[in-house]
Structures are given as structure tokens and as C-alpha cells.
Design a protein around this ligand. Structure first.
Ligand SMILES: O=C(O)CCC(=O)C(=O)O
Length: 316
């Protein structure tokens, strides 16, 4: 149904966003120190929003999640519970940037008492979790990967995150004043256009996905999905991958990129370490939406189920 009101710009002033395509190894402390150096580099290049990759402080893989997992709740955790939380907070504060801190494996331990009340059993639940900090180092948002990466392409790749991880159940929107609102989701989440569309309809100027595609689905779908989510929603999309390491158990595709609202790639990394910086400009969103006025042409009368947007959202 057509809307008669002119929406206010979703991105209120231009801002540089950086995707830090990071090389990580098995030493968590070294990974955190290295991430800090690269965030500094991104900030020195003028970025005010910095994005790290999925599982940036560990190797990626089901075998690794439990041993690298950190406790984030209650928030803030202690340094011992979550060195990554504190390192990310310091990176944001030291560089005065918004930091979308890739993702880390999160551990939640719950104690259940047996029905007889005789003994307590700790139950461990793991999530793939992204933390976003503001320029003072304060935690703004926590996103738990909603769609777990469970695929099997015979002869190519089989991966079952759900063997170890549990899914999150909320869409994550984060206000980054004075710029506007972004949505944060993780990797496989990018394959679900409903999530992106609802985020854009709730005012996100950018959809930000720390991710780690692989050498099978990366060349097929990584850029395509980034461009698709951008053109569907006429907003910016950032995909941030680890650098490729052929000696690791999981070979990340790399190719971190930033796509504009007309689906043009503004910057794309290769396979190695690289910082991709792009300027995001609200006028580009408004121009795209004015030129191709999808928002006013939607026919929710024909597809009312989509219009209900029945997704739990963490409103900022
Ligand atoms: O969707 C894909 O092809 C890759 C997804 C992935 O690597 C992930 O969710 O971590």
C-alpha cells in the first residue's frame, strides 16, 4: 500500500565503515592483540564503524566452540569470564569507534535442580554471539546467530553448527548516534531475506554480517547475497570475513565487502588480511528509494503474512 509520508533519512550523516578481514590462529590472546592493532588501523583510516569477522578470536569449527567459549552473562562479565568482551570494549574506547565485534562462541551455564531436589546439574548451552560496543566502550547489543549453519553438499562440504550450538531468537537492531540504526546478524543469517527486510523496514541503514563463507559456497553466493540483500532493501550491506588460511581446518572465502543501496560493490578484499573502508552516504539510500520506489509499491494486501513482520526484535 502506498505511504503518503516522506520518511526521514535513515542515515543522518555520512560515515566511514571498515570491514577488518583478519587472520586469526589458535592463540586467543594473540588474536585479540592482533585485532586491536587492525581496529586501530581502520580507525586511522577514518572509520567510525568497524566490523570484525565471525569467530575472530578462534579457529572456526564445531570442535573449537566449547574450548574457546566465554561467559557473557551477567553483563558485564569479569575479565576471567570473557577476555574478549573486555578487549573489544577497549578497542572501541581507545579508538572512539562503534565496534561490531565479529562473533565469539558464548557459553551459558544453567543449573537445573532434579525433581527430587536432590542434586543440581549444570547444563551448558553454546551460542555464536556478536557484541557491539559504542565509542566509550559500553556494550550496546548482543546478537546470537539465529540460523545455524547446517548444510551438506555431497563431496564438497558438510557442516552442522547445531551439533554444538543453539540458535538465538531475536533480530538485532542497534542505534549508532548520530548516524542511525544498523542491523547485526551473523553469516548464514544473510541467506534469510525475511530477517533483512524486517530490519530495513524498521529503519536500518546498513545490514552488517560478520561471516565466514567457505571455498564452496563463497564463490557461488557470498557477493551475490550481499548484493541481493542490498538491492532488496535499498540499504548498505557489509560482509566481514576472516582472511583465508589454507593450513586451518576451515578455509574461509575472504572477500569482505561493502555494497551500496544500488548493489554496487564499494570495496572488496582479496583472500588475505585487508581492511576495506567505504563511505556510506544517506543520500544514496534516499536516491535509490526515490528512483525505484519499492517501499511505496509493496502489495502487502497480496502477501499479508510477510507484512506482519512476526519476528521478535530487540528494539534499541
Ligand atoms: O551459508 C554459507 O554458505 C556459509 C555459512 C557459514 O559459513 C556460517 O554460517 O558460518
Amino acid at each position: 500500500m502506498a505511504s503518503s509520508t516522506t520518511p526521514s533519512p535513515v542515515l543522518k550523516q555520512p560515515v566511514k565503515l571498515a570491514c577488518v578481514q583478519l587472520a586469526s590462529g589458535s592463540d586467543k590472546a594473540a588474536n585479540l592483540a592482533h585485532a586491536a592493532a587492525k581496529v586501530r588501523e581502520a580507525a586511522a583510516a577514518g572509520a567510525k564503524i568497524v566490523v570484525l569477522p565471525e569467530c575472530f578470536n578462534s579457529p572456526y569449527g564445531c570442535d573449537h566452540f566449547p574450548s574457546y567459549a566465554e561467559t557473557l552473562l551477567p553483563s558485564p562479565p569479569t575479565e576471567a569470564q570473557s577476555p574478549s568482551f573486555h578487549a573489544l570494549s577497549a578497542m572501541a574506547r581507545d579508538n572512539a569507534v562503534y565496534l561490531i565485534g565479529g562473533s565469539i562462541p558464548e557459553l551459558v551455564t544453567t543449573i537445573t535442580t532434579t525433581t527430587e531436589g536432590t542434586h543440581e546439574e549444570p547444563k551448558k548451552t553454546y551460542y555464536n554471539t556478536s557484541l557491539t560496543f559504542d565509542p566509550s566502550g559500553t556494550l550496546l547489543a548482543t546478537h546470537r546467530k539465529i540460523h545455524l549453519f547446517d548444510i551438506s553438499i555431497p563431496g564438497k562440504i558438510t557442516f552442522r553448527e547445531s551439533d554444538v550450538l543453539s540458535p538465538g531468537d531475536t533480530l538485532t537492531l542497534v542505534d549508532l548516534p548520530p548516524y542511525g540504526r544498523v542491523a547485526v546478524a551473523i553469516c548464514y543469517d544473510v541467506r534469510f531475506p525475511e530477517l533483512a527486510t524486517i530490519a530495513a523496514r524498521r529503519g536500518a541503514f546498513a545490514l552488517v554480517y560478520p561471516g565466514a563463507f567457505n571455498l564452496t559456497t563463497g564463490p557461488l553466493h557470498w557477493k551475490l547475497l550481499g548484493q541481493a540483500r542490498a538491492v532488496d532493501n535499498q540499504c548498505y550491506v557489509a560482509l566481514c570475513s576472516p582472511a583465508r588460511d589454507m593450513s586451518a581446518g576451515y578455509h574461509a572465502w575472504g572477500h569482505s565487502l561493502v555494497v551500496d543501496p544500488m548493489a554496487q560493490v564499494l570495496g572488496e578484499a582479496g583472500e588475505g588480511e585487508e581492511v576495506v573502508v567505504a563511505e556510506l552516504d544517506g543520500d544514496k539510500i534516499e536516491e535509490a528509494r526515490k528512483g525505484i520506489p519499492l517501499r511505496d509499491q509493496r502489495r502487502f494486501d497480496v502477501y499479508p503474512d510477510v507484512s506482519q513482520g512476526a519476528v521478535a526484535a530487540k528494539e534499541p
